[in-house]
Design a protein around this ligand. Structure first.
Ligand code: AKG
Ligand code: FE2
Length: 202
């Protein structure tokens, strides 16, 4: 785990070691995630929310409570639909020492598009949330820019390469003081799946 040491206020670490058999399943086709995940993703892409548009990524969400995302409400799929995700969640919890009750899954079908600068600072996560981000498939650059509700003049920027099997942990005041994005890139051969494990306050 590499600690990027953001002055103790915000913390970010990264690592890829220590994955068990769950990750092995992601090497081949279909990433080993069961039909539940793909079913859910296809459902969202098909305009489940009334407004049908071509999203740059397919999204699904597992957890217990509905999730508000870009002015949309995403109903959770039950954990029982994906034993693989349960296994990965347990590994991530073990590695981070945190407990998570939801995971947002993004499957990127057109890598050429960017994921715009944002912070995951919704109230539902509470103050200083820990968000653990797992990358599967294609590598992708992940940019961090200092700024956000508490900082008006951005000063620091950071680029991290998210490799297959990597775990990026954003904690402390990361969401308050930093924004993150995926920069625009040429189309990649492989798809990418990103899993962000989060704790939603009950
Ligand atoms: O795909 C990624 O690495 C980041 C996704 C992200 O920032 C999000 O879902 O909020
Ligand atoms: Fe994010």
């Amino acid at each position: 785990m590499v600690d990027y040491g953001m002055g103790g206020m915000a913390g970010m670490g990264m690592g890829s070691k220590g994955w068990g058999s769950a990750m092995g399943g992601f090497g081949g086709k279909g990433y080993g995630i069961d039909g539940g995940m793909y079913g859910g993703m296809a459902g969202l892409a098909g305009g489940m929310f009334g407004k049908d548009y071509d999203e740059p990524r397919l999204t699904c969400y597992f957890g217990e409570k509905a999730y508000k995302y870009s002015n949309r409400i995403i109903e959770p799929l039950p954990w029982s639909r994906s034993p693989v995700l349960q296994e990965i969640k347990a590994l991530v919890e073990n590695m981070t020492g945190e407990s998570f009750n939801s995971v947002l899954c993004n499957r990127y079908r057109r890598e050429i598009l960017e994921f715009q600068l944002h912070s995951d600072n919704e109230q539902v996560y509470g103050p200083k949330p820990t968000i653990a981000s797992v990358t599967l498939g294609a590598e992708r650059d992940f940019d961090l820019r200092e700024g956000g509700s508490r900082i008006t003049a951005p000063s620091c920027q950071l680029r991290v390469r998210l490799a297959h099997g990597s775990l990026l942990v954003m904690s402390g005041a990361t969401q308050e003081c930093w924004q993150h994005s995926l920069p625009r890139r040429k189309a990649l051969k492989d798809e990418r799946i990103n899993l962000t494990f989060r704790r939603i306050m009950q």
